[in-house]
Design a protein around this ligand. Structure first.
Ligand code: CAA
Length: 263
C-alpha cells in the first residue's frame, strides 16, 4: 500500500521520500507505481515520468512535514518506527499511520508529539479507491485532524472520520463479512467461485469476499481479526480456522501467488 500512497501524494505535486527496511522493496514499489501510472495515463492521466520525478527512494527514514507509515500490521514494529520518526522528524511534523486496525493512541503514546499523531487509512488499490478513513486518537489535536482531512481532499480522496476503536469502521464491517465467507467455504456450503459470484452479482460488489481477502493478504486479514477479537473481547471476531490453515501453508493471497485462488 505504501507504493499506492506514495503515488497519489506524488501525483498531487508533493515530494515524497519512499523508504522500506527490506532490500528491493522500494524498487518493486517503483515498478508497481509505473504500471499503475501507465494505466492512468492511457485514460488521460499525467505522464508517469512527471509523477515519478516527485518520488525519491530513501535508504533511511528522512525528515519531512508528514510521515505516512504503511509497515506490517504489528504493534511492536509500528511503535519502533514511530519512536524513530519522532527523533528524526521536525517537532511540528505530523506522523500518520495507514494501519487498518492498530489503535492510534498506542502509536501516539510512544512519541513526544501525541497531538500530531493520526490514522490515515487508505484502501487498496490506493490510486483507484477514493476513501481515506481518518482516525483521531484521544490525544490528536483539532489542527492535526483538519490538516489531514484537507490533505486527503487535496489528494482527490474523500475522507470519513472514525473513532480510535478496534478495527475503526471499515474493518469492523469488512472482516466479519470476509470471515463468514471463509466459514461458508470451510463448511462446504459452496465453492469459492460460487461464494464470490453471489457477492458480486447479488450485492453488486466489484469482487467477492474471498478474492478481496486474497487482495488484502490472508495474513493481514488474520492480524486485523486478532485486533478485533482481542480489542472487542468478542469471539464472533475470531478468524476462521481455514484462514489460519492457508497462512500456515504459505497461501497468503495475491502476494504469494496463491490464496483462495491461484495467481
Ligand atoms: N492503478 C491504476 N488503475 C487501476 C489499478 C491500479 N492499481 N487497478 C485497477 N485499475 C483500473 C484498471 O485499469 C481498470 O480501468 P478501466 O476500467 O478503465 O479499464 C479499472 O481499474 C478496473 O480494473 P479491472 O478491469 O482490472 O478489474 P475490476 O473492475 O475488478 O477492478 C478493482 C479492480 C479496482 C481492484 C476492483 O475489483 C475493486 O474495487 N475491488 C474492491 C477493492 C476493495 O474493496 N478494496 C478495499 C480493500 S480493504 C483495504 O484496502 C483496507 C483494509 O483495511 C484491509
Amino acid at each position: 500500500m505504501g507504493a499506492g500512497i506514495a503515488q497519489v501524494v506524488a501525483a498531487s505535486g508533493r515530494r515524497v521520500s519512499l523508504h522500506d527496511s527490506e532490500a528491493g522493496a522500494v524498487e518493486r514499489a517503483l515498478e508497481a507505481m509505473s504500471r499503475s501510472l501507465a494505466k492512468l495515463a492511457e485514460k488521460g492521466g499525467a505522464d508517469p515520468e512527471d509523477v515519478l520525478a516527485y518520488v525519491t527512494p530513501a535508504d533511511e527514514v528522512v525528515p519531512a512535514d508528514l510521515m505516512i507509515e504503511a509497515v506490517v500490521e504489528d504493534l511492536a514494529v509500528k511503535q519502533e518506527l514511530f519512536r524513530r520518526a519522532d527523533r528524526v522528524f521536525p517537532p511540528e511534523a505530523v506522523l500518520a499511520s495507514n494501519t487498518s486496525s492498530i489503535p492510534i493512541a498506542s502509536l501516539a503514546a510512544v512519541t513526544d508529539r501525541a497531538d500530531r499523531v493520526i490514522g490515515m487509512h487508505f484502501f487498496n488499490p490506493v490510486p483507484v479507491l477514493r476513501l481515506v478513513e481518518v482516525i483521531r486518537a484521544e490525544q490528536t489535536s483539532d489542527d492535526t485532524t483538519s490538516a489531514i482531512l484537507e490533505l486527503a481532499r487535496a489528494l482527490g480522496k474523500t475522507p470519513a472520520e472514525a473513532r480510535d476503536f478496534p478495527g475503526f469502521v471499515s474493518n469492523r464491517i469488512l472482516m466479519p463479512f470476509i470471515n463468514e465467507a471463509v466459514y461458508a467455504l470451510q463448511d462446504g456450503i459452496a465453492e469459492a467461485e460460487a461464494i464470490d459470484t453471489i457477492a458480486k452479482l447479488g450485492f453488486a460488489h466489484p469482487i467477492g469476499p474471498l478474492a478481496l481477502a486474497d487482495l488484502i493478504g490472508l495474513d493481514t486479514c488474520i492480524a486485523i481479526m486478532d485486533v478485533l477479537h482481542e480489542g472487542l473481547d468478542d469471539p464472533k471476531y475470531a478468524p476462521c480456522p481455514l484462514l489460519r490453515e492457508h497462512v500456515a501453508a504459505g497461501r497468503m493471497g495475491r502476494k504469494s501467488g496463491r490464496g483462495f485462488y491461484e495467481y
